[in-house]
Design a protein around this ligand. Sequence first.
Ligand SMILES: Cc1cc2nc3c(=O)[nH]c(=O)nc-3n(C[C@H](O)[C@H](O)[C@H](O)COP(=O)(O)OP(=O)(O)OC[C@H]3O[C@@H](n4cnc5c(N)ncnc54)[C@H](O)[C@@H]3O)c2cc1C
Length: 409
Amino acid sequence: MACEKNFDVLMVGAGPAGSFAAEGLARAGVRVALFDGRPPGEPKACGGGVTSKALRAWPQLLDAAGRTVEEVEMYSPAGARVRLRLREPFAIYSRSVFDSFLRERARTAGAQVFRTRVSVAERTSGDDKLWTVRARNGEQWCGAVLVAADGANSAIARRLAGSLPNCEMEVAFGYRAPLPRADDAPTVIAFLPGWAGYAWAFPRLDHVSFGIATTQDAFDHHTLDALLWSFMRGYYAQREDPRAPLWADETQPHDQANDERIEQKLRASVERYAARIPGLAPETWDARRACGHNWALLGDAAGFADPVTGEGIYYALRSAELFADAYLSGQVETYEARWRADFGRELRRAARMRRRFYGNFLGGPFTARMIDFARLHPGVRRTLRELVAGHQGYLGLKRTLARRVIWPL
Ligand SMILES: Cc1cc2nc3c(=O)[nH]c(=O)nc-3n(C[C@H](O)[C@H](O)[C@H](O)COP(=O)(O)OP(=O)(O)OC[C@H]3O[C@@H](n4cnc5c(N)ncnc54)[C@H](O)[C@@H]3O)c2cc1C
């Protein structure tokens, strides 16, 4: 069957990476087909947190309807709390709202949006300079460059760059739950007791996104789910009584009947979500390519998420921008060197830091030390604020903390 439509670029996936790249290319006059395979009304599983580093780089993101956050509560695994007033706010978006916002910007810029799932992407038979993508109903499109921005489970990335082992895929899951009260819904990040990873409460405009991301290789869903429910009960209990512990267990005094009441009410209203986040190992960062002859991978499809925190939206947007620059320079293949020089080294270092971040430091878990020191030292609070903002990298984090404990300002 002949191609019904011909394009310069076939962009598969309309998450942040695909839509942002499509917008940048279309603005420059490139003919882009953007394929959005997400069923309407089904949001991407995500906390929706966008760092101040990202908001500073792309202030237009603030035009999307979301909540800006100026204060974060952080908890150590033992339940010690520090409140951080952020110098630069970060934002929390509902992913349906954020993704639609970016997709519509791409459309306005001139990209053609097809609300369809691509089921086949292959070199055009008889012309290996072209790609053909096909929908399940047989409809097909041709283009000179194929871009996979189809997320962590990208079938195209598996074919073009090789599949990732399970141990390089983290699972994050959570619940969308009702807002306690719009004016009393703190943003919380709590390091997990006994596990590598953290739980979050990210209030959005009309609900709270709760979740757990763990970098642990052995994922024990039952235990982690119980931990998340304990966190959620604690979050709502604190709205009624600020002295209630966040992680209530049998060793701490807490009102068990009240906890049960909270849980029962929540179970009737929450929506569960789960998805995978790439967490590449250092050697994979060295070996795996994100582009080749007239093809490229962006965002999660390329594995571009922070291996310690699971943060991926910044890297989705930045990889989109770098790819668009490479394409517009006339040399698609320079994208490889561009992403490596821009954020590749930092993410590779983060992959090496992964175990150390959740390991020990000065006689206790590093995450516990970080919160304990932050409670005492303004300099350490500053470092934590910079970490949350996305400005403090992992390289030198321990050194910076140690220095700021000694010279707090
Ligand atoms: C539970 C959870 C919480 C997270 N929280 C945060 C957070 O708070 N902050 C943060 O920065 N990161 C977070 N992340 C990571 C973040 O969600 C991703 O890194 C980010 O969405 C990557 O963007 P993307 O555009 O590369 O991929 P995606 O957002 O996954 O978009 C890919 C799109 O492609 C579509 N698609 C897939 N296959 C096809 C196909 N064959 N044809 C057409 N379309 C297709 C999908 O439906 C999807 O819409 C979280 C991840 C999880 C799982």
